[in-house]
Design a protein around this ligand. Sequence first.
Ligand SMILES: [Zn+2]
Length: 178
Amino acid sequence: MPSLKESQHFVPSAGIPRISGSTPFREVYQILEGARKGAFLLLRNDRPVSYVKAYPLAEKVITDAKGDVEKLRLRSGQPIQEVVTELSGQLPEVPVSAQPVDVMADESALRQRLATAFTVEELGQPVGWYLNQETVYEAQTERTIFICSRDHRNTDPDNGTCWKCPLPIVRTEKEKVP
Ligand SMILES: [Zn+2]
């Protein structure tokens, strides 16, 4: 049986940004832009508790705010853990498996499970992640663009308003990370 490390759905440990729950919403998108990644591991007490798809999270936050500058400003500064908790149930927050899987685990069995980010171990040491469904894996390559009412494109929500003009962020788009 081939190693999970050879699977297209395998990502080495350093390949997914790890973001502490206290990080403000806006900073999360700055980190992701720098890392050219569209998903992250949300940490609680330094341990990953979930894998979060950043684009649908941003889309939900911006849609909910309806261009209200004050709401957007508050959201931008809010700890990411709180944002995710408030929106959970509506959000593609993918659980991290409670139990790690070995690199020699049966990939087809993992594919049949609900969307999960599995910790992969080799000789008992964590070596990376197995993202079992296409939508989970693909979220990594979705870059979020925050767009103001004058159609300026921003790579993070700043304080809820555009970098180039004083208008609020009113919608989002996703781009494929090259
Ligand atoms: Zn603008």
